[in-house]
Design a protein around this ligand. Sequence first.
Ligand SMILES: [Zn+2]
Ligand SMILES: [Zn+2]
Length: 397
Amino acid sequence: MSNKAKGAIKEHSDLHQQMISWRHYLHKHPELSFKEDITSDYIASILESHDIEMHRGLAGTGIVATVHGKQSGNAIALRADMDALPLHEKNTFSHKSTHQGKMHACGHDGHSTMLLGAATYLKENNDFTGTVHFIFQPAEEDGAGGKVMVEEGLFELFPCKAVYGMHNWPGLEKGKFAVHDKAVMAAVDTIHITVTGKGGHAAMPEQIIDPILTGAQIISALQSIVSRNLSPMESAVISITMLEAGHTHNVIPDTVKMTGTLRYFDPALGNKIKQRMQEIITHSTQAMGCTASLDFDDGYPATINTPEHAQLCASAASAVVGTQAVLRDLSPSMGAEDFSYILNASQGAYIWIGNGETPNEPSGSNCMLHNTQYDFNDEILPLGASYWVELVKTVLG
Ligand SMILES: [Zn+2]
Ligand SMILES: [Zn+2]
């Protein structure tokens, strides 16, 4: 790994050491979505100590810090998320969580730290044209803090030409970046199905209408949508993940409730899938004599980059790690991300930074996101912060 860009933040530099200590503080003090009070105060105190102007209070704990370049010009925004997850950390290192049942298992401690590193660096080295807004966003994991910030006037208060996001990616080697031209993360909707029959004695099936058998047929039939109704070139997932039915061995219940998740990239494809789900459920239940309802809770939309902004991100990442280390052909993820709301309100791109690929280690930076042994990789802090700095210079000049 090398920081090739001129003026890049060096490994083992003072700022790198500083970022490690910020990151460890944040890791020790994880807070859940919309409750990032200590986190927000800590970030604000660092910004303040560097004389960086900021706005607080969007979506509750949100912070937007601003650094102006030497010449006036366009404004762009860079975004990091701040929240942690309701997990009990199994790591034993000294910076492990001190908040029982809460853990930075998605690396948002690292994201906030890299953005802080870039903000403090650019404050001292503002040889760029225009303005940079640094968005520290609450509640990415639960509650769509990005959406709330937009609804509360993020872009009216801070008009921007474009906005950029970054997530660490375990499994991608440290020193590498991945940039997608279009789709990066999927849309997610929650599925709710209730099948109603007529319960009764399990030994007298002729007197009942069995919602469990009907539910089982629906689960199987739903799997035909992706395999039979979509082109093999299109991507979607339907997973039924939760069943609620019955209380004992000799009673057929009246109802079966099913919950699941639907993932896709293209909204038109999502609508087509929902329509096919309705048809399958209606006709399966009719055939079996049951009735059913189908509802969706719409979750985060898909995160879709604008190709011209993806190219700017790739150029900035190449300046830091070299073109060979910037992957342009990785498949997008079926995970979801509320940066999509911010992108949909503006334009820009969201990229991945490699968190490390060390297959023999059972824990740490190789652990998948949301694992109780995950940890953000401190060695990539200068790479991520340097990328932000390069991106500002690439986009704004
Ligand atoms: Zn996460
Ligand atoms: Zn995350």
